[in-house]
Ligand binder design. Structure first.
Ligand SMILES: [Zn+2]
Length: 346
């Protein structure tokens, strides 16, 4: 009886251990040889023949001589530690991957990420480049929307746009630029602060675009109703951002929040495209269907081709043309609403 119980306890602990390992580490950094390499690197500042100047922070401990305000200067040391840690992780990973390759083993993940080749110190150069292209695409879309509204379409009393959602889309443009900027930064250097900035801006953008989807698809033009719709969502997004920044960055929970907000707005646009007689509804269909398909890339996570292009980078590629179509829909909507309002006014 006791033996059986022991067996159960062992099995239970094993399952617990495995699930903790899955959450905590990837196959690559769970490897004891990789761990030994990291420990050695942080002590000696070297991996094989290669040494990193940033790992020599133990020698400058002469902080005591400085005045008190200089002692409180952890920022550059923090950067040095980050640099040391990422150099150690990178070169230990390259060593392990070379070894694995010589044994005909495929690549494994390290700290939740595939082994990428660094270019100009960027951790995931492909994702950085594609984030920058997304940023450029949003900038182009936003500028052309601005020009259309204020220079091409007629203005109310010569200064205000007829299109009731102009202000909302301007804000959307700003939040998109912000989000893609931090995405590019995060993919160049993955540390605690860049990760939180990227995740937070993405959540803010998703939450805001959900509000925008509700306001546009239900044609809510009254200011008081807009505030009533937005308030609970703003409260939720604010709480969630505070939670992931100051309490716990729970990837699973964050993923659920993002997927639910994304699915909600995609389905709202899809239903609206189906029931409204908007002249550009085919653009909505295109964005919703290809956006949904592209999300599969985030689920079918494959290792990087040529140590550069992985599923996540490809997902960032697909949003580039979608962004173009999306802003072109927004411009069409502005034209459509303006001409409707002018027709009514006559
Ligand atoms: Zn990304």
């Amino acid at each position: 009886m006791l033996k059986m119980l022991d067996g159960w306890v062992c099995a239970f602990l094993l399952v617990l251990y495995c699930s903790v390992e899955v959450i905590d580490a990837s196959a690559g950094d769970a490897d004891p040889r990789y761990r030994v390499c990291i420990t050695q690197c942080q002590e000696t500042g070297c991996v094989a023949q290669r040494c990193f100047p940033n790992c020599k922070f133990s020698s400058d401990g002469e902080f005591i001589d400085r005045p008190w305000y200089m002692q409180q200067e952890p920022l550059y040391l923090q950067w040095k530690k980050w640099d040391c840690q990422s150099d150690c992780r990178y070169y230990c990973m390259l060593d392990r991957e070379k070894e694995r390759e010589s044994h005909n083993l495929g690549p494994v993940k390290y700290h939740g990420k595939w082994p990428f080749r660094r270019i100009y110190g960027m951790q995931e150069p492909a994702s950085v480049a594609f984030s920058a292209l997304n940023l450029a695409m949003h900038f182009h879309g936003w500028v052309s929307f601005f020009i259309l509204i204020y220079y091409k379409l007629p203005l109310k009393d010569g200064k205000k746009a007829y299109y009731e959602y102009a202000g909302l889309w301007h804000m959307y443009g700003l939040l998109s630029l912000n989000s893609w900027f931090w995405s590019a930064v995060f993919h160049s250097r993955d540390v605690d602060i860049t990760e939180k900035l990227d995740y937070s801006s993405a959540v803010v953008l998703l939450g805001y675009s959900l509000i925008l989807a509700i306001l546009r698809t239900f044609s809510i033009r009254d200011e008081a109703t807009r505030v009533m719709v937005a308030a609970p969502l703003i409260a939720f997004v604010t709480t969630h951002v505070m939670y992931i920044n100051f309490y716990l960055l729970d990837y699973g929970w964050n993923m659920i929040v993002c997927v639910v907000m994304a699915m909600a707005q995609l389905s709202m646009w899809a239903v609206w495209a189906g029931v409204s007689n908007h002249p550009s509804r085919w653009k909505l269909w295109l964005v919703v269907i290809s956006g949904g398909l592209a999300m599969l890339l985030e689920i079918y996570d494959f290792p990087p081709y040529e140590e550069l292009f992985d599923a996540h980078a490809l997902w960032h590629v697909t949003t580039i043309p979608l962004t173009y179509i999306w802003w072109s829909f927004i411009r069409d909507d502005a034209e459509f609403r303006t001409s409707n309002l002018l027709k009514k006014a006559k």
